[in-house]
Design a protein around this ligand. Structure first.
Ligand code: GDP
Length: 297
């Protein structure tokens, strides 16, 4: 397939400008048009694209071209840096309390986003760090979800706490923390219920847990394949519950990852990990610079 990457396109636009000392408004305008198209194609939210292009424009026009670079490379450099900034300039870790305290993490997300799988993936990572996690089945609406968590917990050799489907999620969470105290578990990960759409009951249930349990952090799991929907979901969860960190799943697919960029830009919350497959080991640290390159193609 003859696929021209954005970098190639920008090099082309500037190919006659080699040696020119300073980026003019005209040059930058032509380049930013390509940048805009590439970002929209990568499913980046329209408003995010607009703000981004404006920012790059302000920085690039009138900028001296570094001696070692062509004008095209100079614009690419600026685009890359700004894109990386927008995505959070460094990797962010899950917040964990010292080993003698219990870290409580509430996992949230729509059904199918990959929440239960990701919960087990995180448990594996924490175990490898020497933590003693306890997974908690708070999805009382789908017995299959409880079963899935148990199976995944077993695969990771991490205990799973469940009270079946007759108790309120808040009560399950409270009991789980007591259980953790008695059994020497120092990270409690609540796998809450996912619905097909954001609805009020779901939000109320999460608010009830948030208001009655001392959560160390809330983590939202979103599916990169759902593009702009993922952005709306993140916005809504952030407004109603408050999210501390985000995990974007299914980035092993052919999506360019524009959703990841938009979610970060719109919520301002860090992306902690990315899901790169169905296997329980397929969870990677999020690197803003790598995602920037992926989006630019
Ligand atoms: P939940 O309803 O949010 O708990 O979602 P599940 O954890 O049950 O995941 C839904 C589907 O997505 C399952 O088939 C998972 O194997 C799959 N899945 C989860 N994370 C990833 C990922 O990062 N990449 C891929 N390709 N599939 C994933």
């Amino acid at each position: 397939m003859a696929f021209e990457s954005l970098s190639d396109k920008l090099q082309n636009i500037f190919k006659n400008l080699r040696g020119k000392g300073r980026l003019t408004e005209e040059d930058v305008k032509a380049a930013l048009k390509e940048v805009k198209i590439a970002l929209l194609e990568a499913d980046v939210n329209f408003k995010v694209v607009k703000d981004f292009v404006k920012k790059v424009n302000e920085r690039a026009v009138g900028q001296d071209v570094m001696n070692s670079l062509t004008p095209g490379q100079m614009v690419i450099k600026i685009v890359n840096e700004e894109l990386t900034n927008l995505m959070g300039s460094e990797t962010t870790e899950l917040k964990l309390l010292p080993d003698n305290q219990i870290t409580v993490i509430m996992m949230m997300g729509l059904q199918g986003a990959g929440k239960t799988t990701t919960t087990a993936k995180i448990a594996g990572k924490l175990k490898a760090k020497g933590k003693r996690p306890l997974l908690v089945a708070c999805d009382v609406y789908r017995p299959a979800a409880i079963e899935q968590l148990k199976i995944n917990g077993e695969k990771q050799q991490v205990p799973v706490f469940s009270m079946g489907d007759k108790q309120k999620p808040l009560n399950i969470a409270k009991a789980a923390i007591e259980h953790a105290k008695k059994n020497n578990n120092n990270v409690v990960i609540l796998d809450t219920a996912g619905r097909l759409h954001v609805d009020e009951d779901m939000m109320n249930e999460l608010v009830e847990i948030r208001d009655n349990i001392e959560l160390t952090q809330t983590v939202l799991v979103v599916d990169a394949m759902t593009g702009q929907d993922a952005v709306n979901v993140a916005k809504e969860f952030n407004e109603k519950i408050g999210i501390d960190g985000i995990i974007v799943t299914k980035l092993d697919g052919d999506t360019r990852g524009g959703a990841a960029l938009s979610i970060k830009a719109i919520t301002g919350k860090p992306i902690l990990y990315i899901g790169m497959g169905e296997k329980l080991s397929d969870l990677e640290q999020f690197h803003p610079d790598r995602m920037a390159s992926r989006i630019l193609g």
